[in-house]
Design a protein around this ligand. Structure first.
Ligand SMILES: [Zn+2]
Length: 208
């Protein structure tokens, strides 16, 4: 079983056309492999976040780790509020980044690479296109309490889960794909908690 820690809870405050405050959710997933803990991020902060911020968030977990101990990150989509810290992860060798290759065109010359063959017990990547590209993805994590779905900006917050056709807060690039992907998540009845890109976690069973 894996463990999930929301390191920084996302938010979305739209205060007029030019004023948007939108920290994105950053999530740590911890699992055991070959008798050692593996530390994985799902989404990696914003361009204005710093490695010190990440270390601060990590200090609130039970693990004595820093950004250098993060061996990999799964990026839900290639927007700068979700990719900002990837170049700092993993120490000298860099971390493995799982995501759309367009991420890397924005970030050269940093040390990391794409390996699409991600495989870990209790962690599954599913394709949930719509918000940014056809390559957007979500992560399902099997924890002792049940399956957690980390969905990035497929759903900015709980409001969008309750009404999958509501794109009023931030329109996706492809409404049709986004509606289908939201339905995919909503129909996963075994999911007990959803972690959205810009709001607090919520329990979907409250709404079904
Ligand atoms: Zn975002």
């Amino acid at each position: 079983m894996a463990e999930v820690y929301v390191l920084r809870e996302g938010n979305l405050i739209i205060d007029g056309f030019d004023s948007v405050t939108a920290p994105a959710t950053v999530t740590l997933v911890v699992y055991e492999e070959d008798n050692e803990n593996k530390y994985l991020l799902v989404d990696a902060g914003s361009l204005w976040d710093t490695p010190e911020d990440l270390d601060d968030w990590l200090s609130d977990t039970p693990y004595d780790i820093t950004h250098e101990d993060i061996y990999a990150a799964i990026i839900t989509h290639n927007h700068p509020d979700h990719t900002g810290l990837i170049r700092y992860l993993g120490g000298d060798t860099g971390a493995t980044i799982y995501g759309s290759d367009s991420i890397f065109h924005n970030r050269k010359p940093h040390i990391f690479y794409i390996d699409e063959s991600f495989s870990a017990k209790d962690i599954t990547i599913i394709q949930t296109p719509g918000h940014e590209t056809s390559r957007d993805q979500s992560v399902l994590v099997d924890t002792p309490k049940g399956v957690v779905a980390i969905v990035g900006d497929l759903m900015l917050n709980e409001k969008e889960f309750t009404n999958i056709a509501d794109f009023s807060q931030w329109p996706p690039e492809h409404n049709g794909y986004a509606s289908d992907s939201r339905s995919t998540i909503k129909n996963l009845e075994y999911v007990y908690k959803v972690i959205p890109g810009h709001g607090p976690s919520f329990e979907p069973k409250n709404f079904i």
